[in-house]
Design a protein around this ligand. Structure first.
Ligand code: BTX
Length: 324
């Protein structure tokens, strides 16, 4: 129920301290008996909650499950992730986000799942999203931007995620244009940006983010074992999905505001500091199946990749798979 969720949020916010039953009642406008009833239910769900007379309640331990209350409890953003649509298991958060966006979901709504049974990448590829081990989420944005600027949002999201991973897990990763975040050549994060538009007008943008947080090597499907990694594999430690989601929401919002105020020009140099392929010989397989080889010169102000072939011709690449 709504009240139970609110109580849980308060308990997470006061994690190290006691919060009195009285304070909970006053904040939520419910009775002491109601509070006590919900605390009992939460205990049944696996929360260890200490209660001491005259001091109140203190959350000692939460089940390892991902919950939206824990994410919301200490979220410092203004819009991003302030409304969370959480699911234990879904086919794809991307699909749900599309429906919600059509039904008028607000800017910054986040669809989050503990497991995806039909997670997808670009061109209908599979994105493996095993239970309890990763961050599988889709952020709904309602930007006032023209269609040609939308690819910039993928690059912006990549910067925000790289920075958040550094903050939370102290891991330095790089970005492979356009949508992969790698660590030592292995894929840690995939980003899928999709949009809903009417003629030239963007109605909604959905940024899908798949982050391998605590997936272990042994649990990876065979087909990605050689190409994928996770924060746990890299650091040897279980990492907090909650903290990473919270950090990504704030970082992403900060960069997005900056982007709206000052344009992609300010995001571009940030992106370039993490970019992997600039100055290197790469092969680009475009979505039309064309293969181009040459030196990656960088990206232009639209976020388009510039590739110079051995004749000195510079090609503009809008979307492709890159081999380095
Ligand atoms: P992509 O098309 O660039 O990459 C897909 C490829 O990545 C697959 O063909 C496979 O080789 C590899 N792969 C699949 N699963 C994993 C994994 N867990 N870790 C590393 N490599 C993998 C990338 O597409 C964009 C992925 C976005 C995923 C998010 S999750 C939340 C949202 N919902 C949804 O269905 N998709 C997005």
């Amino acid at each position: 129920s709504q009240t139970k969720e609110e109580i849980l949020k308060l308990l997470f916010q006061h994690k190290e301290t006691f919060i009195s039953g009285q304070a909970i009642c006053e904040q939520l406008g419910c009775s002491r008996t109601a509070v006590w009833k919900h605390i009992t239910e939460l205990r049944k769900e696996g929360y260890t909650i200490e209660s001491v007379q005259k001091r109140g309640y203190k959350l000692l331990e939460a089940p390892k499950r991902l919950t939206k209350e824990e994410v919301l409890a200490n979220l410092n953003s203004r819009y991003f992730g302030k409304v969370i649509d959480f699911h234990e298991v879904v086919p794809s958060t991307q699909k749900i986000a599309h429906h919600l966006a059509e039904d008028g979901a607000t800017h910054g709504t986040l669809v989050l799942a503990d497991e995806q049974a039909g997670g997808r990448g670009r061109l209908g590829r599979v994105w493996h999203s095993p239970k309890g081990t990763g961050i599988w989420m889709s952020l709904i944005l309602k930007p006032d931007l023209t269609i040609n600027r939308i690819p910039q949002l993928t690059l912006l999201a990549a910067v925000a995620i790289v920075r958040s991973i550094k903050k939370v897990s102290d891991v330095d990763c790089s970005i492979k244009w356009p949508n992969d975040i790698l660590f030592e050549g292995k894929k840690l994060v995939g980003i899928l940006t999709e949009l809903q538009s009417e003629m030239e007008n963007v109605r909604a943008v959905i940024i899908g983010m798949g982050i391998n947080v605590n997936i272990e090597w042994a649990d990876m499907p065979a087909e990605i074992r050689d190409i994928a990694t996770s924060l746990k594999i890299i650091t040897g430690k279980t990492q907090s999905r909650v903290m990473l989601i919270q950090t990504i929401m704030t970082e992403l919002e900060k960069l997005y505001d900056l982007y709206l105020n000052e344009g992609f020009e300010v995001i571009k140099p940030m992106w370039e500091t993490y970019a992997l392929s600039i100055g290197k010989v790469i092969r680009a397989r475009t979505m039309q199946g064309e293969v181009l080889q040459g030196v990656a010169k960088g990206i232009n102000n639209d976020g388009v990749l510039l590739l110079e072939d051995d004749q000195g011709v510079v090609h503009h690449i809008y979307s492709a798979d890159i081999e380095i």
